[in-house]
Design a protein around this ligand. Sequence first.
Ligand code: ADP
Ligand code: MG
Length: 206
Amino acid sequence: MRQSHPSHPSHERTLAIIKPDGIERSLIGEIIQRYERIGLKLVGVKMLVPTADLIEKHYTMDSEWLLKTGLKAIKGYEDKGLKPPISDPMKVSEKVLKNLVKYMTSGPVVAMVWQGAHAVQIVRKLTGSTEPLMSDVGTIRGDYVLDSYQMSDHDNRAVRNLVHASGSIKEAKDEISHWFKPEEVIDYNLYEEHIMYDVNMKGILE
Ligand code: ADP
Ligand code: MG
């Protein structure tokens, strides 16, 4: 029997966005393959050049994002035994937001909705942590890019890390409806879902 009810955990959805540096480096296929090969299903996809307003709202919908991002940047320096250039987390993230808008509106992006069991956590795991210098080997940010907070601060720009991925189920819900109309996200079945989610596996023997 298929577990096909929309409340089943296999229906969890998340938003991932290939950022302009990912597009310019011809990494669309590579990145999609990483999410696809684990068994996630692409249920929405589009290419667009985002407006500043779309990006600003995307990051400030979560009222805690400014504080969390500022604290993460400061910790990023402290964990390496370095002194952060700015010590007030809100000042750090104000600057990050300004530079992020520049980065994310500098060219086309590919916005995607991925569906599957634990989609939010799985996509975050495959994407890797925010600062590519510290992202694990095997993740997208760990394998394809070498940026750091030190570099981006030195050059007064956002950290280039190829992809965005929603950080929680709540963030994913808000972000999907920010980027996609309901009819742009499509329900369909993948053959391999039988193998991943059916309660009783059918044998392959004739
Ligand atoms: P994530 O994308 O891993 O969820 P955040 O939500 O904290 O990370 O930040 C959004 C994006 O802003 C990051 O992916 C990165 O491009 C940029 N960014 C975050 N922190 C910094 C920072 N301290 N300096 C420069 N850019 C940053
Ligand atoms: Mg985030």
